[in-house]
Design a protein around this ligand. Structure first.
Ligand code: FEO
Length: 677
C-alpha cells in the first residue's frame, strides 16, 4: 500500500523509510534507520526525481503509482547513481516504458555500467544551466561533483524555489511519519546524526561542497529536498551554517574529542585522569572507547571539536587495532586544522605515540601539542605532572580565562578590599541579555496605513484598563504618525514569520513606500487600524495616553482598547530572529588562485603548469580531465555591516560617525560591526 507525504500541492514524497538496515554502505550503523527520498512532480508533464534502494522498492512503486493516479510518467531526473537511490531505475523503466531519463553525461555512463537494459534511446543528457519546462515549472540543472560521487547533479525548480540536493543536506534516521525538518526539533534531536552522516559520507570533499554552496547562494531557495532525511522549508540557514563549518573543517566548539584504545584499562586510566584535569580547567570533553564506539561517531566528534586527544596502547609493535582503524578513517576523511595531543602505553617498547603522530601528520594544518605522554604498563606518580602540563596547554587554548581567574583569586584570609565606586561603565552588549519579543506596529493617518517592526512592546500595567508601552525610533516615520493619530495596533510575530516579512516592514520607510499596497489581507480592529493576520498570534488595539520623548526614540504608553488571540504559534523573540530567521552569511566568492581544476571531481591544484603524468588525488583521473583556471583577484572594501539588517556601508575609518544611521533599518552606529566585502 502506498505511503506518501504531500510537500506542495503538486509535489509529493514517494520515498520510504528503512529501519532494518544494520549498516549503511556496509559500514555505518544506523540504529534509527534511514530514509530514501524520491519526489514526484505533477505538472503538465510528470517528473520523478530519483528512485530508491531496492530494500524499499515495493512501497516506492506503490507510491509512484498512487501519485500518478493513472497518468504516464514523462520524466525521471537522476541526480546520483549510488544504488541507495538508483537500484530501482531499471525496474521503473520496465513499469513505465515511455519515460524519458534526464541526466548528465557521467550519469549516462554509469547507467550503462550498472544496468544491462539499454536505456540510451530514452536518455536526454543535460549540462549545467540547461532548462527543462514541464508546464508551470522550470527546472535547471547544477553539477555537484563529489557531493558525494563525481556524477552528482542537483535540480533547481525556479517556479517554487525548490532545490533537489541529492545527498547534500541529508541525515541518517528514518522520517517516522514526518517530512519537514520543522516538524521535529532538528537542531536539538537530529543534528548529531546529520553531522555523522555528513562527516562520514561527504566529509572528505569539503572544497567540492563549498563550490556547490557558492552556486546555491545565487538561488532563491524556499525548499530543500535531499535524498535522505527531512525536507527544509523554514530556518534552513541554521543547517546551512553547519554545512559551512563542516565543509571548511571549522570546529563547531572549542573542546576536546578524547578517544582511547585500552586492553587492560591502564591506558583508559590515563585518559580518564586527563579528562578530569581538563574538566577542572573548564574544558569540555567528549570521550570514546574505540573498542566499543564505532569510528563513525568519533569521526563526527573530531569534526565538531577543536582539539583531539588520542590515547593508545602499543600492540604488535604498532598501534592497537581499533585506534589504528580510527586514525586511518580520520586521515581518509581529510580532517584539517586540528590541535592534537597523544598518550601512549607500552610495557616494553612504547611505539604507539610515534606511529600515531606519523599518521596524523598527513592531515593539513595539524598542530601537535607537546610530545606524547608515555606510560609503561600503568600510570605512576610522575605521570600526573605530565598530564597536568598537557591539560594546562590545552586549557590555555580553549579556556584561557581559567588561568586569569586563578591569578586574580584573592589571597587566603586577605582583608576585604575597600569598596571603591568607580565611574559607571555601560557595556552595550549587556542590553542583549534582555529578552525581547518582535511585533509589527501599525497605525493610520488621513486614510493611509503605516507599519514598522519593533521589539519593544510590553504590558506595563494590569487592572481593568490594561496598559502597554512601545518605544519607536523618532526618525522612524511610524513615530510621527502615532504622535498625530494617537492610536496604534500591535501584532505579535510568531517563530514561523519569514524573513521577507521583516524586510517588508522593517527595511523600508513608509515615507517612501506604501507597505500595504500589495498585501492580500485587509484585517482591521474596531479602531479602523490594520493588523497583520498571518505569522502572528495576538493583536492589541491601543489608545495613546502619554508620549515621552527619550531623545532617540519616543515611548508611547497606551490603554488597550481591544485584544484578541490569532493563533497558538509561539512568539518570536529577538534572539530567535537572530538565530533562526535572519539569513546566515553565505560563502562569498573568494579570491581565486591560478591553477587547474579537475572537471570530474572539482579538485583544485595551484600553479601555472600541470605535469603530463599528473593524476587527480581524489578521483584518479589524468591531466586530460583538468581545465586551466586563471587567477581572479577580488578587491574587498573595508566598511561596517549592520547587525540588524545586514546592510554594508563601505567606510575606511575606524569608526562610523556618531550620528550615522542605517539607511535600511534606521539603527545607529552601535548596531554596526567592522566587515570587509
Ligand atoms: Fe545516498 Fe551517495 O548515496
Amino acid at each position: 500500500m502506498h505511503c506518501t507525504k504531500q510537500i506542495l500541492s503538486d509535489l509529493i514524497w514517494t520515498g520510504a523509510d528503512d529501519r532494518r538496515l544494520s549498516c549503511f554502505e556496509g559500514v555505518y550503523g544506523v540504529p534509527n534507520g534511514v530514509s530514501y527520498n524520491s519526489y514526484l512532480l505533477l505538472d503538465e508533464k510528470t517528473v520523478l526525481f530519483d528512485t530508491v534502494d531496492k530494500a524499499v522498492a515495493h512501497t516506492f512503486f506503490d507510491n509512484v503509482a498512487y501519485g500518478l493516479n493513472g497518468r504516464k510518467l514523462d520524466y525521471l531526473v537522476i541526480h546520483h547513481m549510488e544504488p541507495d537511490h538508483a537500484a530501482t531505475i531499471e525496474d521503473l523503466i520496465y513499469r513505465y516504458p515511455d519515460t524519458a531519463i534526464i541526466c548528465n553525461a557521467k550519469i549516462k555512463t554509469m547507467l550503462a555500467q550498472y544496468f544491462d537494459y539499454d536505456m540510451n534511446d530514452r536518455i536526454q543528457v543535460v549540462k549545467e544551466g540547461d532548462v527543462l519546462n514541464t508546464g508551470k515549472h522550470e527546472l535547471t540543472f547544477i553539477n555537484a561533483p563529489m557531493v558525494h560521487w563525481p556524477e552528482v547533479m542537483m535540480s533547481y525548480d525556479k517556479t517554487d524555489g525548490i532545490l533537489f540536493t541529492a545527498d547534500a543536506f541529508g541525515t541518517f534516521g528514518a522520517l517516522n511519519g514526518r517530512i519537514f525538518a520543522d516538524e521535529v526539533d532538528f537542531m536539538h534531536d537530529w543534528l548529531d546524526e546529520a553531522r555523522r552522516y555528513y562527516t562520514n559520507i561527504v566529509g572528505k570533499y569539503g572544497p567540492q561542497v563549498q563550490m556547490v554552496l557558492k552556486k546555491a547562494a545565487a538561488l532563491d531557495i524556499k525548499y530543500v529536498c535531499p535524498l535522505h532525511g527531512f525536507v527544509w522549508r523554514k530556518h534552513f540557514g541554521d543547517f546551512l551554517e553547519k554545512y559551512n563549518q563542516w565543509s571548511t573543517y571549522t570546529p563547531e566548539v572549542k573542546g576536546v574529542c578524547l578517544a582511547y584504545a585500552s586492553v587492560y584499562g591502564h591506558t583508559e586510566n590515563m585518559a580518564n585522569i586527563l579528562a578530569g584535569k581538563l574538566s577542572d580547567r573548564g574544558v569540555p570533553v567528549e570521550m570514546f572507547d574505540t573498542s566499543v564506539i564505532p569510528a563513525s561517531y568519533i569521526v563526527a566528534s573530531a569534526f565538531r571539536n577543536s582539539h583531539l586527544v588520542f590515547a593508545a596502547t602499543t600492540y604488535n609493535a604498532g598501534i592497537f587495532v581499533t585506534m589504528e582503524n580510527l586514525l586511518h578513517d580520520i586521515v581518509a576523511h581529510s580532517l584539517k586544522n586540528r590541535k592534537v595531543a597523544l598518550l601512549e602505553n607500552g610495557s616494553w617498547g612504547p611505539m604507539s605515540g610515534k606511529l600515531m603522530k606519523e599518521l596524523l601528520a598527513k592531515l593539513p594544518g595539524t598542530e601537535f601539542i607537546q610530545e606524547p605522554v608515555t606510560i609503561k604498563s600503568a600510570v605512576k606518580e610522575g605521570t600526573l605532572a605530565e598530564l597536568d602540563a598537557l591539560a594546562d596547554a590545552i586549557a590555555m587554548d580553549i579556556n584561557p580565562g581559567y588561568f586569569a581567574k586563578k591569578e586574580e583569586a584573592p589571597a587566603e584570609a586577605a582583608a576585604p578590599a575597600p569598596v571603591v565606586k568607580a565611574e559607571a561603565d555601560v557595556d552595550p552588549t549587556a542590553f542583549f541579555k534582555f529578552s525581547y519579543g518582535l511585533e509589527i506596529l501599525t497605525s493610520q493617518l488621513d486614510g493611509k496605513d503605516y507599519g514598522c517592526v519593533i521589539n519593544s512592546a510590553a504590558q506595563v500595567s494590569e487592572g481593568d484598563l490594561k496598559k502597554v508601552a512601545v518605544s519607536v525610533i523618532n526618525k522612524n516615520n511610524t513615530a510621527d504618525i502615532i504622535k498625530k493619530a494617537g492610536k496604534f495596533n500591535v501584532s505579535v510575530l510568531t517563530e514561523d514569520a519569514p524573513f521577507d516579512l521583516f524586510k517588508h516592514f522593517g527595511f523600508q520607510s513608509g515615507r517612501d513606500t506604501d507597505k500595504f499596497a500589495d498585501v492580500t489581507y485587509n484585517d482591521r480592529l474596531a479602531n479602523g487600524i490594520r493588523y497583520i493576520p498571518q505569522f502572528t498570534n495576538a493583536v492589541f488595539g491601543c489608545e495613546v495616553i502619554q508620549a515621552i520623548d527619550l531623545g532617540v526614540s519616543t515611548l508611547f504608553i497606551a490603554n488597550v482598547t481591544e485584544a484578541k488571540v490569532l493563533s497558538n504559534a509561539p512568539s518570536a523573540t529577538y534572539a530567535y530572529y537572530h538565530a533562526h530567521i535572519k539569513p546566515k552569511k553565505q560563502p562569498a566568492a573568494d579570491e581565486q588562485k591560478e591553477g587547474w581544476r579537475c572537471t570530474i571531481c572539482g579538485y583544485f591544484v595551484e600553479g601555472h603548469d600541470l605535469p603530463d603524468d599528473y593524476v587527480c588525488p581524489l578521483c584518479k583521473h589524468g591531466k586530460d580531465a583538468f581545465e586551466y583556471v586563471p587567477a581572479v583577484t577580488v578587491t574587498k572594501k573595508k566598511g561596517f555591516i549592520c547587525k540588524i539588517c545586514g546592510y554594508f556601508e563601505p567606510f575606511e575609518g575606524d569608526e562610523l560617525p556618531a550620528d550615522y544611521q542605517c539607511p535600511i533599518c534606521k539603527h545607529g552606529r552601535d548596531d554596526f560591526e567592522p566587515a570587509e566585502q
